[in-house]
Ligand binder design. Structure first.
Ligand SMILES: O=c1ccn([C@@H]2O[C@H](COP(=O)(O)OP(=O)(O)O[C@H]3O[C@H](CO)[C@@H](O)[C@H](O)[C@H]3O)[C@@H](O)[C@H]2O)c(=O)[nH]1
Ligand SMILES: O=C(O)[C@H](O)COP(=O)(O)O
Length: 308
């Protein structure tokens, strides 16, 4: 099943020219939004926003809205993103009556209330090696095939830190958590090459029906829920080439992994507490110092169920 899907639904990047996609967009009358969730990404957000703005907002009208959801950054992320051409919304200012949780998924959920595109594409703000063709490549299957609801990007993932430069060493949470979880819980999704890719696109009409984990479970949840509700064939994947990002520390991937596991557990009807405590240990001179994380694994309801 997984291999059959892979053969049918895997596309080369740059398969469609921008002109072809502009034509498909005009013919279908659809509007496109690009959403960039960003929390303390002052070092990279200007490059990500600026280059997308230049290629697809200023030079042509492929992208109708370029939006950054600023997740309570304490650095200059919001100012830099606005200067580079994005419309910037602070997480807390979007539908404040709904409250605010800090997390990537929260930003992507709230993005639904400040965008209008029929198609929504997500791009991470911490990219250090990437290309603007990511954007048309992700929208290509949605603009050209009405049966596709969600498109995942995939790519080579180097791991670069200090003197380490391993061309395929990136994606620690992907390899140690997401892939094994899918192998156990949803084997039909194991042909998704990068299940955690932050670069993906979805039809609003589908996204607004999904429950959205407030943290890093957002990608796994969307994959599973779209496969369950619309079938595997509603998902496509596109080869984006190479992508590098700023790496989190191993210990910071612990809380992320709890959120990934919680999203999958909930989808196999395994009970999960609303708040999870993760306890890590650091060796110090006097012994071992515990580092305790309280992790929010709640989910937001489908946007269609939220009163406007
Ligand atoms: O509270 C947060 C945390 C992160 N982000 C942004 O989300 C993106 C990805 O976050 P990051 O912390 O860099 O995650 P990664 O370590 O890159 O995690 C990978 O794996 C995650 C789990 O699936 C995915 O959500 C990510 O997109 C994917 O890049 C970046 O633009 C962040 O600024 C927020 O907007 N709010
Ligand atoms: O997607 C992942 O697995 C996490 O973002 C970690 O990626 P990294 O190991 O390349 O930092």
């Amino acid at each position: 099943m997984a291999q059959t899907w892979f053969d049918r639904r895997t596309h080369a990047g740059r398969r469609w020219t921008v002109e072809e996609l502009l034509e498909a967009k005009r013919a279908s009358g659809q509007r496109l939004s690009v959403v960039i969730p960003a929390r303390n990404e002052a070092a990279t957000v200007g490059d990500v926003v600026g280059r997308i703005h230049e290629d697809f907002v200023r030079r042509c009208d492929l992208v109708d809205e370029l939006v950054v959801i600023d997740g309570e950054s304490t650095d200059d992320t919001a100012r830099i993103a606005a200067e580079a051409g994005a419309t910037v919304h602070s997480l807390a200012a979007v539908r404040p009556e709904l409250g605010t949780r800090v997390g990537k998924g929260e930003a992507m959920w709230k993005a639904q209330f400040v965008t209008t595109g029929d198609l929504i594409g997500f791009v991470d703000a911490d990219l250090t090696e990437w290309d603007t063709h990511f954007v048309p490549s992700l929208f290509g299957p949605l603009l050209t095939d009405a049966s596709v609801a969600l498109v995942k990007g995939f790519y080579e993932r180097p791991f670069r830190s200090g003197s380490t430069d391993d061309p395929n060493g990136g994606g620690r949470a992907t390899e140690l958590v997401a892939r094994p979880l899918l192998a156990l819980a949803r084997p039909e999704l194991t042909a998704v090459v990068q299940p955690l890719a932050g670069e993906w696109a979805v039809r609003r009409s589908v996204y607004e029906t999904l429950h959205v984990p407030i943290g890093y479970g957002v990608e796994l949840a969307a994959l599973i829920d779209v496969a369950d509700s619309l079938g595997l064939d509603a998902i496509a994947q596109v080869d984006l080439g190479r992508r590098a990002h700023s790496h989190q520390s191993l210990h910071d991937l612990g809380p992320m992994s709890v959120q990934l596991m919680a999203a999958v557990f909930k989808r196999i009807r395994q009970a999960v507490p609303a708040d999870v405590t993760l306890r890590q240990f650091r060796a110090v001179a006097e012994g071992y110092a515990p580092v305790v994380h309280d992790i929010d694994v709640t989910e937001r309801p489908p946007a269609v169920q939220v009163a406007r």
